[in-house]
Design a protein. Structure first.
Length: 160
């Protein structure tokens, strides 16, 4: 075997290891959910198991199914029993997350979402929730609210 090829392969392997180590050092680590946050997530799962949830007039932007209404503490939110997405009217997500606004990274770059707002049917914008974290939130440009896909609320709790 050619010594140059061996040296090149060795250098490439070292570069991949350095990149992997750098990414693991700079990637934010998710935190353990607090007791209150875990109780909230468990409450969502428990409520999805009920047969008689009130039906919302809003339609899920992800699967076009009617939302049902569940309680998250003292807030009622629209959720989809099929895809388990959650619609937060303006101000509701910030009440749960503790941030000053629903999507703290709203000022960062955004792109056109694949979803329409369940209130005004306008194409939403997909916004970075917070810098450094791989989490996007779909927000109505007319300020009607924020749509989170399944599992994204837990991700928000992990990065708080």
């Amino acid at each position: 075997m050619d010594a140059g090829l061996v040296a090149s392969a060795f250098a490439h392997a070292n570069k991949k290891r350095r990149i992997k180590k750098f990414v693991s050092l700079t990637k934010p680590k998710p935190k353990q959910l607090s007791k209150e946050e875990q109780m909230l997530i468990d409450s969502i799962d428990e409520q999805f198991g009920k047969d008689s949830l009130p039906i919302s007039q809003k339609i899920c932007p992800e699967c076009n199914n009617l939302f049902v209404i569940i309680s998250l503490g003292n807030i009622e939110v629209d959720t989809c029993p099929l895809c388990q997405g959650i619609w937060f009217d303006t101000g509701e997500l910030s009440q749960i997350s503790g941030f000053s606004q629903d999507v703290p990274g709203d000022y960062l770059k955004s792109r056109k979402s694949r979803f329409k707002c369940p209130i005004c049917s306008t194409i939403m914008k997909e916004c970075v929730f917070l810098r450094k974290y791989n989490l996007l939130a779909d927000k109505c440009p007319n300020k009607h609210g924020v749509y989170l896909e399944r599992g994204e609320l837990e991700r928000i709790f992990e990065i708080l």
